[in-house]
Design a protein around this ligand. Structure first.
Ligand code: SF4
Length: 300
Protein backbone atom coordinates (compact mmCIF):
# COMPACT_ATOMS: atom_id res chain seq x y z
CA UNK A 1 0.00 0.00 0.00
CA UNK A 2 1.29 3.47 -0.80
CA UNK A 3 1.83 5.57 2.32
CA UNK A 4 2.09 9.37 2.19
CA UNK A 5 3.32 11.25 5.24
CA UNK A 6 1.90 14.61 6.25
CA UNK A 7 4.36 17.46 5.55
CA UNK A 8 4.62 18.15 9.31
CA UNK A 9 4.03 15.46 11.93
CA UNK A 10 5.26 14.12 15.25
CA UNK A 11 7.30 15.64 18.07
CA UNK A 12 7.07 19.40 18.56
CA UNK A 13 10.01 21.39 19.88
CA UNK A 14 8.72 21.52 23.49
CA UNK A 15 8.02 17.79 23.83
CA UNK A 16 11.32 16.82 22.15
CA UNK A 17 13.17 19.11 24.56
CA UNK A 18 11.42 17.61 27.62
CA UNK A 19 12.16 14.02 26.54
CA UNK A 20 15.81 14.85 25.76
CA UNK A 21 16.23 16.54 29.14
CA UNK A 22 14.75 13.49 30.88
CA UNK A 23 16.99 11.12 28.92
CA UNK A 24 20.10 13.15 29.78
CA UNK A 25 19.22 13.13 33.48
CA UNK A 26 18.41 9.41 33.48
CA UNK A 27 21.94 8.51 32.50
CA UNK A 28 23.14 10.05 35.73
CA UNK A 29 20.68 9.22 38.52
CA UNK A 30 17.14 8.38 39.62
CA UNK A 31 14.70 10.93 38.28
CA UNK A 32 11.04 11.77 38.85
CA UNK A 33 8.72 13.71 36.54
CA UNK A 34 6.10 16.02 38.01
CA UNK A 35 3.12 14.24 36.41
CA UNK A 36 3.28 12.12 33.22
CA UNK A 37 6.12 13.62 31.15
CA UNK A 38 4.43 13.02 27.80
CA UNK A 39 1.00 11.92 26.53
CA UNK A 40 2.42 8.86 24.83
CA UNK A 41 2.27 5.53 26.67
CA UNK A 42 5.12 3.90 24.70
CA UNK A 43 7.60 6.73 25.28
CA UNK A 44 6.54 6.94 28.91
CA UNK A 45 6.94 3.16 29.39
CA UNK A 46 10.39 3.31 27.81
CA UNK A 47 11.48 6.14 30.11
CA UNK A 48 9.97 4.37 33.13
CA UNK A 49 11.89 1.23 32.15
CA UNK A 50 15.06 3.30 32.40
CA UNK A 51 14.23 4.56 35.85
CA UNK A 52 11.91 7.55 35.43
CA UNK A 53 9.29 7.71 38.19
CA UNK A 54 6.16 9.86 38.19
CA UNK A 55 5.21 12.11 41.11
CA UNK A 56 1.57 12.70 41.97
CA UNK A 57 0.85 16.26 43.11
CA UNK A 58 -1.79 14.98 45.56
CA UNK A 59 0.68 12.62 47.25
CA UNK A 60 4.05 14.37 47.32
CA UNK A 61 6.54 12.86 49.77
CA UNK A 62 7.28 15.29 52.64
CA UNK A 63 11.00 15.33 51.80
CA UNK A 64 12.36 14.61 48.34
CA UNK A 65 15.91 14.52 49.67
CA UNK A 66 17.60 16.19 46.70
CA UNK A 67 15.91 13.92 44.14
CA UNK A 68 15.92 15.26 40.56
CA UNK A 69 12.40 16.28 39.51
CA UNK A 70 11.58 17.27 35.93
CA UNK A 71 8.89 19.86 35.30
CA UNK A 72 7.17 18.73 32.11
CA UNK A 73 6.60 20.77 28.94
CA UNK A 74 3.11 21.85 30.09
CA UNK A 75 4.67 23.62 33.07
CA UNK A 76 3.41 23.82 36.64
CA UNK A 77 2.04 26.57 38.87
CA UNK A 78 4.51 28.70 40.85
CA UNK A 79 2.93 27.39 44.06
CA UNK A 80 3.75 23.80 43.14
CA UNK A 81 7.26 24.77 42.01
CA UNK A 82 7.86 26.49 45.35
CA UNK A 83 6.49 23.49 47.22
CA UNK A 84 8.83 21.11 45.37
CA UNK A 85 11.81 23.31 46.27
CA UNK A 86 10.66 23.46 49.89
CA UNK A 87 10.64 19.65 49.94
CA UNK A 88 14.24 19.64 48.65
CA UNK A 89 13.70 18.61 45.03
CA UNK A 90 16.47 19.41 42.55
CA UNK A 91 14.36 20.84 39.72
CA UNK A 92 15.04 20.47 36.01
CA UNK A 93 12.68 22.85 34.25
CA UNK A 94 11.48 21.32 30.94
CA UNK A 95 8.60 23.79 30.66
CA UNK A 96 8.26 24.59 26.96
CA UNK A 97 9.55 28.14 26.30
CA UNK A 98 6.25 29.00 24.59
CA UNK A 99 4.30 27.87 27.66
CA UNK A 100 6.65 29.82 29.94
CA UNK A 101 6.12 32.96 27.84
CA UNK A 102 2.33 32.61 28.26
CA UNK A 103 2.68 32.02 32.01
CA UNK A 104 4.68 35.22 32.43
CA UNK A 105 2.26 37.15 30.21
CA UNK A 106 -0.70 35.97 32.31
CA UNK A 107 1.05 37.10 35.47
CA UNK A 108 1.93 40.53 34.06
CA UNK A 109 -1.64 41.11 32.82
CA UNK A 110 -3.14 40.25 36.20
CA UNK A 111 -0.57 42.41 37.99
CA UNK A 112 -1.44 45.28 35.61
CA UNK A 113 -5.06 45.07 36.79
CA UNK A 114 -6.65 43.17 33.91
CA UNK A 115 -9.47 40.72 34.54
CA UNK A 116 -8.13 37.69 32.73
CA UNK A 117 -9.96 34.91 30.87
CA UNK A 118 -8.04 31.69 30.14
CA UNK A 119 -9.38 29.68 27.19
CA UNK A 120 -8.64 25.97 27.38
CA UNK A 121 -9.43 22.58 28.88
CA UNK A 122 -10.07 23.14 32.57
CA UNK A 123 -8.40 19.90 33.68
CA UNK A 124 -5.40 20.14 31.36
CA UNK A 125 -2.05 20.45 33.15
CA UNK A 126 -1.03 23.46 31.08
CA UNK A 127 -4.19 25.37 32.05
CA UNK A 128 -3.74 24.47 35.72
CA UNK A 129 -0.16 25.76 35.56
CA UNK A 130 -1.16 28.93 33.70
CA UNK A 131 -3.87 29.67 36.23
CA UNK A 132 -1.26 29.46 38.96
CA UNK A 133 0.33 32.58 37.43
CA UNK A 134 -3.00 34.44 37.39
CA UNK A 135 -5.03 33.06 40.30
CA UNK A 136 -7.99 35.40 39.73
CA UNK A 137 -8.42 34.35 36.08
CA UNK A 138 -11.66 32.80 34.83
CA UNK A 139 -11.14 29.56 32.87
CA UNK A 140 -13.52 29.09 29.93
CA UNK A 141 -13.55 26.02 27.73
CA UNK A 142 -16.01 27.07 25.01
CA UNK A 143 -17.82 30.18 23.68
CA UNK A 144 -20.93 29.40 25.76
CA UNK A 145 -18.91 29.32 28.98
CA UNK A 146 -17.08 32.48 27.92
CA UNK A 147 -20.37 34.26 27.37
CA UNK A 148 -21.68 33.26 30.81
CA UNK A 149 -18.44 34.22 32.55
CA UNK A 150 -18.28 37.58 30.74
CA UNK A 151 -21.92 38.33 31.58
CA UNK A 152 -21.21 37.62 35.26
CA UNK A 153 -18.16 39.88 35.28
CA UNK A 154 -20.06 42.62 33.45
CA UNK A 155 -22.72 42.61 36.20
CA UNK A 156 -20.11 42.89 38.97
CA UNK A 157 -17.54 45.14 37.30
CA UNK A 158 -18.85 46.64 34.06
CA UNK A 159 -15.78 48.87 33.66
CA UNK A 160 -13.26 46.02 34.07
CA UNK A 161 -10.27 45.99 31.73
CA UNK A 162 -10.25 42.48 30.28
CA UNK A 163 -7.78 40.23 28.50
CA UNK A 164 -7.90 36.73 27.03
CA UNK A 165 -5.07 34.21 26.88
CA UNK A 166 -5.35 30.61 25.60
CA UNK A 167 -3.88 27.18 26.05
CA UNK A 168 -1.10 26.86 23.45
CA UNK A 169 -2.90 24.00 21.68
CA UNK A 170 -6.41 25.47 21.48
CA UNK A 171 -8.01 25.45 18.03
CA UNK A 172 -7.63 28.90 16.43
CA UNK A 173 -11.29 29.08 15.37
CA UNK A 174 -12.49 28.10 18.85
CA UNK A 175 -10.22 30.79 20.36
CA UNK A 176 -11.65 33.39 17.95
CA UNK A 177 -15.22 32.41 18.88
CA UNK A 178 -14.41 32.62 22.61
CA UNK A 179 -12.97 36.12 22.08
CA UNK A 180 -16.07 37.12 20.14
CA UNK A 181 -18.34 35.90 22.98
CA UNK A 182 -16.46 38.00 25.56
CA UNK A 183 -16.35 41.08 23.29
CA UNK A 184 -20.15 41.27 23.34
CA UNK A 185 -19.76 42.38 26.97
CA UNK A 186 -16.27 43.89 26.83
CA UNK A 187 -15.57 45.36 23.37
CA UNK A 188 -12.10 46.47 24.49
CA UNK A 189 -10.96 42.89 25.24
CA UNK A 190 -7.20 42.45 24.70
CA UNK A 191 -6.47 39.09 23.06
CA UNK A 192 -3.02 37.55 23.59
CA UNK A 193 -1.57 35.70 20.60
CA UNK A 194 -0.83 32.58 22.65
CA UNK A 195 -1.46 29.68 20.26
CA UNK A 196 1.60 27.61 19.44
CA UNK A 197 2.21 27.32 15.68
CA UNK A 198 3.28 23.66 16.12
CA UNK A 199 -0.33 22.60 16.58
CA UNK A 200 -1.65 24.58 13.63
CA UNK A 201 1.20 23.33 11.41
CA UNK A 202 0.26 19.69 12.06
CA UNK A 203 -3.44 20.39 11.48
CA UNK A 204 -2.82 22.36 8.28
CA UNK A 205 -0.47 19.66 6.93
CA UNK A 206 -3.17 17.05 7.59
CA UNK A 207 -5.82 19.15 5.80
CA UNK A 208 -3.46 19.42 2.79
CA UNK A 209 -2.85 15.67 2.82
CA UNK A 210 -6.49 14.56 3.07
CA UNK A 211 -7.51 15.13 -0.59
CA UNK A 212 -4.47 13.11 -1.79
CA UNK A 213 -5.25 9.88 0.10
CA UNK A 214 -8.07 7.36 0.49
CA UNK A 215 -7.77 6.87 4.26
CA UNK A 216 -5.74 8.20 7.18
CA UNK A 217 -3.81 6.69 10.06
CA UNK A 218 -2.96 9.00 12.96
CA UNK A 219 -0.06 7.83 15.12
CA UNK A 220 -0.03 8.79 18.78
CA UNK A 221 -1.31 8.35 22.29
CA UNK A 222 -5.04 8.22 22.92
CA UNK A 223 -4.48 10.46 25.97
CA UNK A 224 -3.02 13.20 23.75
CA UNK A 225 -5.64 15.81 22.95
CA UNK A 226 -3.76 17.19 19.93
CA UNK A 227 -3.52 13.64 18.49
CA UNK A 228 -7.25 13.04 18.97
CA UNK A 229 -7.91 16.40 17.32
CA UNK A 230 -6.02 15.23 14.20
CA UNK A 231 -8.31 12.20 14.07
CA UNK A 232 -11.39 14.44 14.35
CA UNK A 233 -10.13 16.66 11.53
CA UNK A 234 -9.53 13.69 9.20
CA UNK A 235 -13.01 12.32 9.89
CA UNK A 236 -14.66 15.73 9.57
CA UNK A 237 -13.13 15.91 6.08
CA UNK A 238 -14.91 12.68 5.20
CA UNK A 239 -11.96 10.28 5.30
CA UNK A 240 -11.96 6.89 7.04
CA UNK A 241 -9.37 7.38 9.79
CA UNK A 242 -7.90 5.44 12.69
CA UNK A 243 -5.76 6.42 15.67
CA UNK A 244 -3.08 3.85 16.52
CA UNK A 245 -0.49 3.83 19.29
CA UNK A 246 1.64 1.14 17.59
CA UNK A 247 1.86 -0.90 14.37
CA UNK A 248 0.13 -3.78 16.19
CA UNK A 249 -3.06 -1.68 16.41
CA UNK A 250 -3.39 -1.17 12.64
CA UNK A 251 -6.75 -2.52 11.51
CA UNK A 252 -5.48 -4.54 8.55
CA UNK A 253 -8.92 -5.91 7.67
CA UNK A 254 -10.46 -2.43 7.56
CA UNK A 255 -7.67 -1.16 5.31
CA UNK A 256 -7.34 -4.08 2.90
CA UNK A 257 -10.37 -6.34 3.27
CA UNK A 258 -13.24 -6.78 0.77
CA UNK A 259 -15.18 -3.60 0.19
CA UNK A 260 -12.15 -1.34 0.73
CA UNK A 261 -10.91 -1.53 -2.85
CA UNK A 262 -10.62 2.26 -2.89
CA UNK A 263 -7.85 2.38 -0.26
CA UNK A 264 -4.84 2.44 -2.54
CA UNK A 265 -3.09 5.23 -0.67
CA UNK A 266 -3.11 5.89 3.04
CA UNK A 267 -2.03 9.14 4.68
CA UNK A 268 0.03 9.17 7.86
CA UNK A 269 0.03 11.93 10.45
CA UNK A 270 1.11 12.01 14.10
CA UNK A 271 0.48 14.12 17.18
CA UNK A 272 3.07 16.39 18.77
CA UNK A 273 3.93 13.74 21.38
CA UNK A 274 4.66 10.93 18.89
CA UNK A 275 8.35 10.10 18.35
CA UNK A 276 9.87 9.39 14.95
CA UNK A 277 10.56 5.76 15.95
CA UNK A 278 6.80 5.09 16.33
CA UNK A 279 5.98 6.92 13.09
CA UNK A 280 8.60 4.93 11.16
CA UNK A 281 7.36 1.62 12.62
CA UNK A 282 3.75 2.37 11.66
CA UNK A 283 4.76 3.64 8.22
CA UNK A 284 6.70 0.43 7.49
CA UNK A 285 3.79 -1.74 8.63
CA UNK A 286 1.34 0.16 6.41
CA UNK A 287 3.69 0.00 3.43
CA UNK A 288 3.94 -3.78 3.86
CA UNK A 289 0.16 -4.26 3.66
CA UNK A 290 -1.03 -6.11 0.56
CA UNK A 291 -3.06 -4.22 -2.04
CA UNK A 292 -6.76 -4.10 -1.20
CA UNK A 293 -8.87 -7.12 -2.11
CA UNK A 294 -11.16 -6.31 -5.03
CA UNK A 295 -14.80 -7.00 -4.16
CA UNK A 296 -16.01 -10.04 -6.10
CA UNK A 297 -18.60 -9.28 -8.77
CA UNK A 298 -20.47 -12.08 -10.57
CA UNK A 299 -20.67 -11.50 -14.32
CA UNK A 300 -22.58 -14.71 -15.16
S1 SF4 B 1 2.74 22.25 21.32
FE1 SF4 B 1 3.96 24.14 21.26
S2 SF4 B 1 3.70 25.01 23.30
FE2 SF4 B 1 3.10 22.87 23.47
S3 SF4 B 1 4.97 21.81 24.07
FE3 SF4 B 1 4.87 21.73 21.82
S4 SF4 B 1 6.08 23.51 21.12
FE4 SF4 B 1 5.58 23.82 23.29
Amino acid sequence: MEVIRARVLGFCMGVRRAVELAEAELTLKAVRAMGPLIHNPRVLASLEGRGLGILDEAALPPDLGGLTVILRAHGVSPVLEKELRRRHAALVDATCPRVKKNQLKARSLEEAGFSLFIAGERRHGEVAGLRGYAPQALVVSCPEEASLAAAGLARERPAARTALIGQTTIDAEEYRRIAEAIRRYFPGLAVVDSICPATAERRDALRELCPRVDALVIAGGRSSSNTRCLLDIARSLGKPAWLVESAAEIDTAALTGPGTAGFKTVGLSAGASTPESDIAEIEAALAALPPPVEAHTCRA
